[in-house]
Design a protein around this ligand. Structure first.
Ligand SMILES: Cc1cc2nc3c(=O)[nH]c(=O)nc-3n(C[C@H](O)[C@H](O)[C@H](O)COP(=O)(O)O)c2cc1C
Length: 356
């Protein structure tokens, strides 16, 4: 096997290993996949402005997110059903994230419970991503289990009142394997059309007012994932969110929304001092992370890049992708003239193209 030297190489190798159904489920977006493409393309529209003759002999990629010390400004995003990539699924991902020194977010749609994930990587920073079901009693019990397991933050996904229409899954007639459990849902999930079925489980009636109940039920810092406008960033701040994730669900929900990198500045400005701003969507390079930092993010998250690593070689594969991206961030910082992620500022990027 030729050496895999970047995230695209890992994707190509993962594609060879995975059946077309799971590959399409991981790779795909909704509708025409306009937003999926936009996420990646946006990184090409922003260019870096390096400063030279800065002492970069000692550089650290370490940073702090919601009070947790992380080895780099890149976390593992919540992605569903990681056992489709590798038999050890989320447990392998948790060990890889812990070895890399970063945080992992467990999806509600996982085949392990919060306690099982915590056991896989004791002491590592772990967050829980919630799909809030119509069964409030169940949600309350789930949140108690999340706290009990020692998770550090609760990430509520707010861009999913209903599933986006993923045409690759429809064409492939993609169905979940019969033995894939979903212990964090109140009812068993249909094997086929499971996204449509999930729409029936998630409570589409939720509003900002329901966050009060959530905050009184679970004391963990609340992260709202899926904020794309200044208006909602202001509301997030008003309602006590500790962080927002500028996210369009990797182009899998409303097709036609902007690339996350392009709306990051407006969200960061509106969020203010008290709300940490994270971003995800289309990260494939350490320089992508640096551009996100320059445009106002404290850190970024990656969904698919680590899934490709997991599909290629389980825990080792996911760990290799995280190590690769950390190294790219480090080299990028040095070449940009920054000693730490915090030193990357708006002055380190410009929109591509000739000056006007
Ligand atoms: C296969 C797959 C499954 C996902 N499952 C979830 C999920 O269960 N909950 C959630 O909040 N986001 C989910 N997401 C969205 C990711 O958390 C993240 O926003 C997105 O993957 C970032 O884009 P990237 O894949 O280009 O890095 C999923 C994404 C993918 C690709």
């Amino acid at each position: 096997m030729t050496e895999l030297v970047n995230v695209d190489d890992f994707e190509a190798a993962a594609r060879e290993r995975l059946d077309p159904g799971p590959y399409g489920y991981y790779a795909g977006g909704s509708g025409d996949e306009q937003t999926l493409r936009a996420n990646a393309a946006a990184f090409g529209r922003w260019e870096l402005r390096p400063r030279v003759l800065v002492d970069v002999d000692e550089v650290s990629t370490a940073t702090t997110v919601l009070g947790a010390e992380l080895s780099m400004p890149l976390l593992v995003a919540p992605t569903a059903f990681q056992r489709l990539a590798h038999p050890e699924g989320e447990l392998a991902m948790a060990r890889a994230a812990a070895a890399a020194g970063t945080a992992m977010c467990l999806s509600t749609l996982s085949s392990v419970t919060p306690a099982e994930l915590a056991d896989a990587a004791p002491g590592a920073p772990q967050w829980f991503q919630l799909y809030w079901s119509r069964d409030r009693g169940f949600t309350q019990e789930l949140l108690a289990a999340v706290v009990e397991a020692g998770f550090r933050a609760l990430m509520l996904t707010v861009d999913f009142p209903v599933a986006g229409r993923r045409e690759r899954d429809i064409r492939e007639a993609f169905a979940l394997p019969d033995d894939l459990a979903s212990p964090n849902l109140p009812v068993a999930l249909a094997r086929r059309d499971f996204h449509a079925a999930l729409g029936g489980i998630v409570d589409a009636r939720l509003t900002w007012r329901d966050l009060e109940w959530l905050r009184s039920t679970c004391e963990l810092p609340l992260v709202l994932k899926g904020v794309l406008t200044a208006e909602d960033a202001l509301l997030a701040a008003e309602h006590g969110a500790a962080a927002v994730v500028v996210s369009n669900h990797g182009g899998r929900q409303l097709d036609g929304v902007p690339a996350t990198l392009d709306v990051l500045p407006e969200v960061a400005e509106a969020a203010g001092e008290n709300v940490e701003v994270l971003v995800d969507g289309g990260i494939r390079r350490g320089t992508d992370v640096l551009k996100a930092l320059a445009l106002g993010a404290q850190a970024a998250l990656t969904g698919r890049a680590v899934l490709w690593g997991l599909a290629v070689d389980g825990e080792q594969g996911a760990a290799r992708v995280l190590a690769l991206l950390r190294e790219e961030v480090e080299v990028g910082l040095k070449l940009l003239g920054c000693r730490t992620p915090a030193e990357v500022t708006r002055a380190h990027v410009r929109l591509a193209g000739p000056a006007v």
